[in-house]
Design a protein around this ligand. Structure first.
Ligand code: BGN
Length: 246
């Protein structure tokens, strides 16, 4: 768990091509996989973190560069422990971080979809990506689980013996406070899913750099908070209904 310097990583991982691309020697890869890792740049303006929206941006920006067919949506603080947990897409969207040390290597609840997931481009397009309206901590992964179910797809998982991850310890992020309206937003998941996602995500790319180990994108999302008001009458009415998944 020691932290290596960027310089030593660059010296070790010399097989990576510019932008962080890898291709195996001696065979042709079956699929082109992109790993999207959102994080908040501490020098950026003071806006609350929005994991789903950044996943959508990473997805679209990856496709501008290359014809990827498979996407891994990855939290920055999770480290895979077992290389039998393949970074590939299967017939259904797959939840990959089944057993995390922080959760005592057990799934916190059946509908948990946080941490790391693998979704084919075809399915991500059909699902309309992640929601863009979850600011701060919590709920955007649950919303994604509901989208998958409402789209008529299944969620698959590897066994907890291989799908293991370590979470890096970190202090609570000041600009990623608990999202107080996350429960109410989840109650609107079904009616939001076709208008709120990759189809309507708007953003500006401030910088895009093809570094040796990865492609780095600095982005400024355009947000319209009023679009899916949770304080409106419908939001209140729907919040009284129990969501059967949680
Ligand atoms: C859940 C969060 C998830 C988070 C897991 C981590 C919510 C919405 C209300 C049900 N969901 O409670 O986003 O990944 O905890 O264990 O807060």
């Amino acid at each position: 768990m020691s932290v290596l310097s960027w310089a030593s990583l660059e010296q070790t991982l010399t097989y990576l091509e510019i932008g962080g691309h890898f291709r195996p020697a001696g065979c042709v890869a079956r699929t082109k996989v992109a790993i999207v890792v959102p994080y908040r740049n501490r020098e950026a303006p003071n806006i609350t973190f929005n994991r789903g929206l950044l996943m959508n941006i990473g997805y679209q920006e990856a496709l501008r560069d290359y014809d990827y067919q498979c996407f891994i949506f990855h939290d920055v603080d999770l480290l895979p422990e077992d290389d039998r947990n393949l970074y590939s897409c299967e017939q259904s969207p797959r939840h990959m971080s089944v057993a995390i040390d922080k959760h005592n290597y057990t799934l916190p609840y059946e509908a948990y979809f946080g941490g790391v997931s693998a979704i084919s481009r075809r399915h991500f397009q059909k699902i309309n990506g992640f929601s863009n309206v979850f600011f701060g901590w919590g709920g955007e992964d649950d919303d994604m689980y509901l989208r998958i179910v409402y789209t008529g797809l299944d969620v698959t998982r590897n066994s907890a013996t291989v799908a293991r991850y370590k979470m890096l310890r970190h202090a609570e992020d000041k600009l990623n406070e608990l999202n107080a309206v996350r429960f109410r937003l989840l109650n609107t998941a079904r009616r939001r899913r076709l208008q709120d996602g990759i189809r309507n995500v708007k953003y500006t790319v401030l910088k895009k750099e093809y570094r040796q180990l990865y492609t780095w994108i600095l982005t400024s999302p355009h947000t319209s908070g009023a679009m899916f008001s949770v304080n409106g009458r419908e939001g209140l009415r729907m919040s009284q209904r129990k969501n059967k998944h949680f």
